[in-house]
Design a protein around this ligand. Structure first.
Ligand SMILES: Nc1ncnc2c1ncn2[C@@H]1O[C@H](COP(=O)(O)OP(=O)(O)O)[C@@H](O)[C@H]1O
Ligand SMILES: [Mg+2]
Length: 218
């Protein structure tokens, strides 16, 4: 199920500057793509367009050949998961376990399935001992793992992370990178924004650079 942009362009309503123009890129399942470029070049803007938080000014974003604007944000989110730059903003339940179960309940899954997926992803991200913990009290790295558990439990096709390495020490960067590799091996497409050359070199299969509103592949 390919995620692609067709002549995608974006201008914020409040400004005249076209941040992105005629972007034609394709993301594939089982692949890790790094989005790079200078501060303010449009990396976050592109990720928000890919999940429908922003609507294209020109062109489109397609998933499996269908324009994502025909889908609701919730539907898109189930297929193309997004982990915010600051995962605290995405956390709102009172326990770690509930945080994962919440999205699954909204999908209308049976209770048994909710419980088995919750346990599976708690274990996958080594959060089982935090089942009853108040999520906002977790460390930055743990919150990020929790958000990955929350979104992966919904079995999306793609996972997008905006600057996931910011604020993580070397050890936690490696932990995150190794999780990304595992996610990729499980068949998910991974797209992340980062400035850290070593991290990008170690984990990305492809590097897309945004410059002057356009994307080039390194
Ligand atoms: N809500 C907004 N309204 C107007 N301009 C914005 C808005 N958000 C971001 N921008 C501008 O769009 C450009 C790209 O921003 P962004 O995608 O956040 O860059 P990056 O993530 O690469 O640092 C920047 O020049 C930024 O100032
Ligand atoms: Mg950004």
């Amino acid at each position: 199920m390919l995620l692609e942009t067709q002549n995608l362009g974006y201008t914020y309503p409040s400004s005249k500057r076209e941040i992105l123009r005629e972007i034609n890129v394709c993301f594939e399942p089982g692949e890790i793509v790094a989005l790079v470029g200078d501060n303010g070049c449009g990396k976050t803007t592109l990720t928000k367009l890919l999940v429908g938080i922003l609507k294209p000014s020109t062109g489109r974003v397609c998933l499996a050949g269908n324009d994502i604007t025909i889908m609701s944000l919730a539907e898109i989110g189930r297929q193309i998961a997004y982990v915010f730059q600051n995962p605290s903003q995405q956390i709102f339940c009172s326990t770690v376990e509930e945080e994962i179960a919440y999205g699954l309940k909204n999908m209308g899954l049976p209770q048994e399935e909710i419980e088995s997926r919750t346990s599976y992803y708690l274990d996958y991200f080594e959060l089982s001992s935090y089942r009853q913990t108040f999520p906002q009290s977790l460390s930055q790295g743990e919150k990020q793992r929790l958000m990955l558990a929350v979104v992966l439990a919904m079995h999306p096709r793609y996972v997008i992370l905006d600057e996931p390495t910011t604020g993580l020490d070397i050890y936690r960067c490696k932990l995150l990178g190794d999780y990304l590799l595992r996610i990729k091996e499980d068949g998910y497409g991974v797209i992340f924004v980062s400035h850290q050359a070593k991290f990008i070199e170690t984990y990305a299969d492809k590097v897309m650079r945004i410059e002057d509103g356009r994307v080039t592949e390194d």
